[in-house]
Design a protein around this ligand. Structure first.
Ligand code: M6R
Length: 613
C-alpha cells in the first residue's frame, strides 16, 4: 500500500527521495515523510499529499547524503502527521519506515512500554523503532539490532531503517508479501524502492529482495543476507522500461496517458509472439510441448479487481480456443474454500503489479496443493513473476494511474494469445482458424487507435449531462458482460458514482426494478451472437423511461434510434471486441470524473497495489 524510497550517495539525498516518492504517490497518499542523516538524524513529515511535505522541505531543507522516505496509506492510526512515517525512537537515534502490518504490535508495545519505552504515535510501525533502539542500547550494531527486531514481527513487511549511530547505511528488509523491496544499483550511489518507477530515472539495474532477506546499503556497496544472518548472493536484473514511460508527459493525468497508450501497449504485447503469416503463436516465457499442453486438465484463473474481470474474459477465450476446462475465482476467496487442485491443474494468476497479497496467497495455495503456477503479470521481477513456474509479461509498461486501463487490455490480449497457443499445441485450433485469428489480432492496435482518435463519441457532452447522477447500470452479455463489470468499476472508483455491472439477461430478475427516468443504463450492443438479445434489453430499459447509452458498432442506426445516446466503436473480431469496447468505457469514466472535479489518478481510499489483507 505504502511507498518506500531510499538513497545513499553523493547527491542531496532528501531531494532524490522526494522525487522518488512522487513516482510512488499512487501507492498511498494520506501522509508522507523523510528521514535524513547529516551527522544527526533529522525528520520531516506532513499530513496529506506529498505536496505538503514538499512545502515543508522548502521552508526547512533536510541536508544529507543518506535518506529514507515513505508515502502512507493508513492501516493503523489516523492519517495525521503524528502517525506519518518515518518513526523515530525517543533518543532520536533510529528512524523506520514500513509497508505492511505488524500483526502482534499490541503485545510488543505493551512489553516495550513495561520496559520504559514511550510511544508517540498510534501506529503498529513504531514498535519496530523501539525494538531496534532496545537492541542497539544493548550493544548490537544496527544490522544485528534490526535482525533481532525483525525476527519478532508477525505479519508481512517491507522495512527501511537508518540510524545516526551508523550514518552511511540504510537497512532494508522484506518479510512475507507486503510489496516489493527493490535495491537499485548505481555508481558510487545506491537506491531503495518499493516499486521500479521510483528509481527508473537513476538506474535500470535492480535486485529484488525475497522473503526474509535483508540488504545493508551504502553509497559504495550493497550486502545481502538472510534474516538469520547468513549471507546470500543475489543477481542484478536489467529492467526494460525506460524513465519516460513513468512520466505524465503532455497529459493532464496518468490515467489519460495510459488510456492513450493502449494502441502501443497492445502492439508491444503482440510483438514477437505471433507469426502473422502462419498464425502460429509462440510464448517463449511459457515453453510447453504438445504432450504437456494435452496433459492440462483444468486451468483455474485467479485475480483481484480489474484483473478479476479479465479472468472472466479469459475463461471464455481459453475454453473456446483451447478446449480446456477453466474455472475462475477471486484470489481473495480462493484459499478460503479448500479448492480442488492437483498436478494436472494450472493456477493462472493475473496481476498488473505482481504484488497483490491475495493473488500471491492464491498462488501459494495452488503450490501447496501440487498445481502448476502460471501468471500474466506486468511488473518484471515482482513477487508473482518470481513465484510462477511460467509467466507472460504484459508489456504494458509502467501503469501509474490507480485505475487500471492499459494493463487490462494488455491482459485481454495476452489471454487471447494464451488461448491460441494452447489451442495450437492441443490440436484444437486448425491452421486456417489460427490464420484468421492472427489477422484479427494484427488489426487490434489500429482499431484501438481509431477508438481514441474518433471525435464521434462526445464523452464530455455525456459527462456534462450525467455527472450529477447518483447511479449507473452497465449491461452486457457473453464476452461483454465482464466489460460491463469493468465499465462500472472504472466509473465508481474514479468518479464515486455508484455503478453496477450486470449480465443483461439477469436484468429482469431484479435490477429492472431500479430503472426510471433518472437511471442511465450503458448497454453494450456490438454485433455479435447475442446482438438481438441485447436489443431487447435496450427496448426494456427504454420502455421504463431509463436513459440508454448504447455502445454499438459504427453505423448501427437501428440501435441508435432506440437509444438516447450512442458510443460507437469500430468492428473487431467478436472475440476481440472486449478490448475495443472497454477503451470507450474507460474514457466515459475518465471524463465523468474530470467533470466532477475528482482526483483521477489518486481516488480516495484506493491504492494502486493492495499488499495488505
Ligand atoms: O496489481 P493487480 O492487478 O493485482 O491489482 C488488482 C486490483 O487491485 C486492481 O485491478 C484494482 O481493482 C484497480 N484499482 C482497478 O482499477
Amino acid at each position: 500500500m505504502c511507498g518506500i524510497v531510499g538513497y545513499a550517495g553523493a547527491k542531496d539525498a532528501s531531494a532524490v527521495v522526494l522525487e522518488g516518492l512522487k513516482k510512488l504517490e499512487y501507492r498511498g497518499y494520506d501522509s508522507a515523510g523523510i528521514a535524513s542523516l547529516n551527522g544527526r538524524l533529522a525528520i520531516c513529515r506532513a499530513q496529506g499529499k506529498l505536496s505538503n511535505l514538499e512545502i515543508k522541505l522548502k521552508e526547512k531543507p533536510l541536508p544529507g547524503r543518506v535518506a529514507i522516505g515513505h508515502t502512507r496509506w493508513a492501516t493503523h492510526g489516523a492519517p495525521v502527521e503524528r502517525n506519518a512515517h518515518p518513526h523515530a525512537d525517543e533518543s532520536g537515534r533510529v528512524a523506520v519506515v514500513q509497508n505492511g502490518i505488524v500483526e502482534n504490535f499490541i503485545p510488543l508495545r505493551a512489553q516495550l512500554q513495561q520496559e520504559g519505552h514511550r510511544f508517540k504515535s498510534d501506529t503498529d510501525t513504531e514498535v519496530i523503532t523501539h525494538l531496534i533502539d532496545k537492541y542497539m542500547a544493548a550493544g548490537h550494531d544496527l544490522a544485528a539490532a534490526c535482525r533481532l527486531a525483525f525476527q519478532q514481527l508477525e505479519g508481512a513487511h517491507a522495512i527501511a531503517v537508518v540510524s545516526d549511530q551508523e550514518p552511511g547505511k540504510i537497512i532494508a528488509a522484506r518479510l512475507g508479501h507486503a510489496g516489493g523491496v527493490i535495491v537499485g544499483l548505481g555508481h558510487g550511489e545506491n537506491y531503495l524502492a518499493s516499486d521500479i518507477p521510483a528509481i527508473l530515472e537513476h538506474t535500470q539495474r535492480v535486485v529484488f529482495l525475497e522473503d526474509r532477506e535483508m540488504a545493508v546499503i551504502t553509497a559504495g556497496s550493497v550486502e545481502f543476507a538472510r534474516l538469520d544472518g547468513s549471507p546470500v548472493t543475489k543477481e542484478a536484473v536489467g529492467i526494460t522500461w525506460d524513465a519516460a514511460a513513468a512520466d505524465k508527459g503532455r497529459y493532464r493525468h496518468f490515467m489519460q496517458k495510459e488510456i492513450y497508450e493502449q494502441p502501443q501497449s497492445i502492439q508491444s504485447t503482440l510483438r514477437g509472439r505471433v507469426d502473422f503469416t502462419t498464425g502460429r503463436v509462440t510464448l517463449e516465457e511459457l515453453p510447453l510441448s504438445p504432450a504437456e499442453a494435452a496433459a492440462i486438465e483444468r486451468i483455474v484463473i485467479v485475480a483481484c479487481g480489474t484483473s478479476a474481470y479479465a479472468v472472466l474474459v479469459g475463461q471464455f477465450l481459453i475454453e473456446r480456443l483451447a478446449g480446456v476446462r477453466v474455472s475462475v475465482d477471486y484470489a481473495s476467496e480462493f484459499r478460503y474454500r479448500n479448492p480442488l487442485v492437483d498436478a494436472k491443474t494450472v493456477i493462472l494468476a493475473i496481476s498488473q503489479s505482481g504484488e497483490t497479497v491475495d493473488t500471491l496467497a492464491a498462488l501459494e495455495e495452488g503450490r501447496r496443493k501440487g498445481g502448476k503456477l502460471w501468471s500474466i503479470v506486468n511488473v518484471q521481477g515482482s513477487a508473482v513473476h518470481r513465484i510462477s513456474d511460467g509467466a507472460i509479461l504484459m508489456q504494458a509498461g509502467p501503469e501509474i494511474g490507480v485505475a487500471s486501463t492499459k494493463a487490462f487490455t494488455a491482459t485481454l490480449t495476452d489471454l487471447f494469445l494464451l488461448g491460441m497457443y494452447l489451442g495450437q499445441l492441443r490440436g484444437v485450433l486448425t491452421e486456417a482458424g489460427s490464420r484468421e485469428l492472427a489477422a484479427a489480432l494484427a488489426r487490434l492496435p489500429e482499431l484501438a487507435g481509431q477508438v481514441l482518435a474518433d471525435g464521434g463519441n462526445d464523452y464530455e457532452a455525456l459527462a456534462e449531462l450525467y455527472h450529477q447522477k447518483e447511479h449507473f447500470l452497465f449491461l452486457g452479455r457473453g464476452l461483454n458482460y465482464p466489460i460491463a463489470l469493468e465499465g462500472a468499476l472504472k466509473l465508481k472508483e474514479i468518479s464515486y458514482i455508484h455503478a453496477e455491472g450486470y449480465p443483461a439477461g439477469e436484468m429482469k430478475h431484479g435490477p429492472i426494478a431500479l430503472i426510471d427516468r433518472d437511471m442511465p443504463v450503458v448497454c453494450l450492443v456490438p454485433k455479435d451472437n447475442v446482438y438481438e438479445k441485447m436489443i431487447s434489453q435496450v427496448e426494456q430499459v427504454r420502455s421504463r423511461n431509463g436513459i440508454v447509452i448504447a455502445l454499438v458498432n459504427e453505423g448501427d442506426e437501428g440501435v441508435a434510434k432506440k437509444s438516447n445516446h450512442v458510443l460507437s466503436i469500430p468492428r473487431a473480431h467478436p472475440l476481440l471486441t472486449p478490448v475495443i469496447a472497454v477503451i470507450t468505457l474507460q474514457l466515459l469514466a475518465y471524463y465523468m470524473a474530470v467533470r466532477r472535479g475528482a482526483d483521477v489518478d489518486q481516488p480516495r481510499n484506493l491504492a494502486k497495489s493492495v499488499t495488505v489483507e
